[in-house]
Design a protein around this ligand. Structure first.
Ligand code: SF4
Ligand code: SF4
Length: 226
């Protein structure tokens, strides 16, 4: 019998586990949308009855690209872009890792003279978009100021937003994300942590809220496209 922190798919036997029940539910929903055994059974049932196949779930089905990434959840957190990813340079990646999307515009540097800062306490301000200015972009991802690297990095993202000045880099969001939106970005010299979850595949987000729910200092805010 699975415990309250586990879920075993009745069709394919896959075991999912997470200590946060909200995250486990998200993982279960995603799995039920993607389970190939479940889908095969439904198609077989439908062809026997001569009816169109019923949907596994009412939620939107992720794209093929997202499905491929979901099967590689264990690779989350790789690779790590280097500190010196300034204007126009690409992140390093090993052949075995999921490639980053095309690198977008970068106007934010991670190095500078801003070393006189202390760690900021959570949670993230959910109204930050009306209070902060756009400070630039890093590989196409929007950054909201004030920014004074390396000690003050601001809030990063448009739909998947993380306050880098609060993040303590425990990695819970990266582990929880079913579609591998994040990868580590090295930020040496920052008072809260020397790496941050960079939402490089922000456009792949399926708004499951798992990362927001698991973040201990509550520095993640997800905005669904309106
Ligand atoms: S809300 Fe988006 S970024 Fe966060 S875990 Fe879900 S898919 Fe990943
Ligand atoms: S869960 Fe929160 S504190 Fe932990 S790495 Fe992600 S954003 Fe940072």
């Amino acid at each position: 019998m699975p415990s309250s922190t586990e879920y075993i798919c009745a069709d394919c036997g896959s075991l999912l586990g997470h200590s946060n029940p909200l995250t486990l539910q998200s993982m279960k929903d995603i799995h039920n949308q993607l389970c190939i055994v479940k889908r095969t059974k439904i198609l077989a049932e439908s062809s026997m009855k001569g009816t169109p196949p019923r949907a596994v779930k009412s939620q939107p089905v992720p794209s093929l690209e997202q499905q491929n990434k979901t099967s590689s959840v264990a690779q989350a957190g790789q690779p790590t872009p280097t500190l010196e990813q300034t204007v126009g340079t690409a992140p390093s990646s090993s052949p075995a890792t999921i490639p980053s999307p095309t690198v977008g515009n970068t106007t934010i540097s991670l190095t500078g003279s801003g070393t006189d800062y202390s760690k900021v306490d959570g949670p993230i301000d959910p109204s930050f978009k009306t209070k902060r200015q756009n400070a630039g972009t890093f590989q196409g991802i929007k950054v909201w100021g004030p920014v004074d690297p390396p000690g003050q990095l601001g809030i990063w993202g448009t739909e998947v937003c993380v306050d880098f000045d609060i993040c303590v880099a425990d990695g819970a969001c990266i582990e929880a994300c079913p579609v591998n939106v994040y990868e580590w970005l090295e930020t040496p010299g920052h008072p809260a942590s020397d790496k941050k979850p960079f939402m490089i595949r922000e456009k792949d987000c399926i708004f499951c809220m798992a990362c927001e729910n698991v973040c201990p200092p509550q520095c993640v805010k997800i905005f669904q496209k309106g």
